[in-house]
Design a protein. Sequence first.
Length: 72
Amino acid sequence: MSTLDDMASDREMADRELSIKHARERNQPIKFTGRCLSEKCNAQIEKGRFCDSWCREDYEHGLRMKQIAGKK
C-alpha cells in the first residue's frame, strides 16, 4: 500500500521526466538548408547555418520573440 509520500515522490519523478522530455524536444539541432536561416537575409551559403554573426543574432532574437509571444 502506497503512502502519501510515495505517491508524491512518484508524481514528482513523472513531472521531472516529462519536463526533460519537453526540453529535449525543443533542443533539436538546426538542419543545414544551404541558405542563411535569417529571415531578413536568406543568402546561399556553403556551410553552417548563418552567413555571419548578425544573421545568427537576428535569428536568435526572432526565436526569443516567438517564445515570448507563446508560439513555438
